[in-house]
Design a protein around this ligand. Sequence first.
Ligand code: 13P
Ligand code: SF4
Length: 401
Amino acid sequence: MTAVTTATGFAEPTPSAALLLLGQKADLASERGVECPGALPAPDDPGLVERARAAKEALGDRVFVLGHHYQRDEVIQFADVTGDSFKLAREAAARPQAEHVVFCGVHFMAESADILTGDHQTVVLPDLAAGCSMADMAAIEQVEEAWAVLTDAGVSARTVPVTYMNSTAAIKAFTGRHGGTVCTSSNAQVALRWAFEKVGGLTGDGKVLFMPDQHLGRNTAVEQLGLTLEDCVVFDPRKPGGGLTVAELEAARMILWRGHCSVHGRFSVQNVTDVRSRVPGVNVLVHPECKNEVVAAADLVGSTEFIIRALDAAEPGSAWAIGTELNLVRRLAATHPELTVHYLDSTVCFCSTMNRIDLPHLVWTLESLVEGRVPNRIVVDPEDARWARAALDQMLALPGV
Ligand code: 13P
Ligand code: SF4
């Protein structure tokens, strides 16, 4: 971050960086930043809950608020529906009557909602700085280059791209153009089976290019499809040729993009060992964005929706250690007093970008809509939207999801 020195002699961030930190105005050099005309309510305004309630009531059926499970409690209380990224995509697509969809989640989710909703609807992200560091690990130019590498190696005709929901609309569009599908952590297994079927089945020599989360791709291939770790190679977009030889690409079944989640990537096998020795009989349940060795050491793995269902069905008195984002784990602990719920690693914290959406931003968003102003509208380029929709529709049409 650059800095300027003020009259007081203290270094302060440059205006754009400072405003980004405050979640206001826009950083025109990127899509991140918030155009926030008018003041955000003060975070300590004691009337915020009442203001949000009043604005939501005034909007009535004109607004539909979606909340991802990683959102703060102060925000989730105003969600009309909560869910994982798959459920929220479906919910967004199923609300044609709502004039405004307020997406309390991160940027790629709001983009998908814009693609899946009608032209008469607007999708709003209360703070445009709510991005995703994993999604940022794959840029469309890098993905196009990677495809050229696979083409030069003679394998692209036998490769189906599968992109995790946590990716930009441009990458979803790339996936749609090349006959692939989007997936989420709820349906990655079905999506990969479908993709391999397109290129000769699991025992053939077809391949999947999985972006951008190497861990979800590897965990699904190895733990659920019976492929081996040796079947997986990692394509590093910062290295020439992805850092892979033609022979390695030829032999691979899963070509995994070198990307990861900065929150889930921190859980370790040591965390699992430690909690098992501290809490005898504990059930270790982790999200598939965790590293493969962590998933292999755990008892159960699944999406945020799966984690919630597992705890809802758990034996009273049982102990659980959960490896996912902290807002969700705290909420699970609070809503399940009959269980002992531990956080798998106390040094792993909130997803900082999910946490950008707070009550002041939600109040500002809802009150702006009441005043007839649509703030922070997410609009996907129409050509990207057309092809991304093909990949999203393919996901929604997958068998049994
Ligand atoms: P799910 O909502 O698919 O479980 O994914 C978690 C996540 O990291 C969303 O960013
Ligand atoms: Fe992205 Fe990880 Fe945060 Fe999900 S939890 S939004 S994958 S950084």
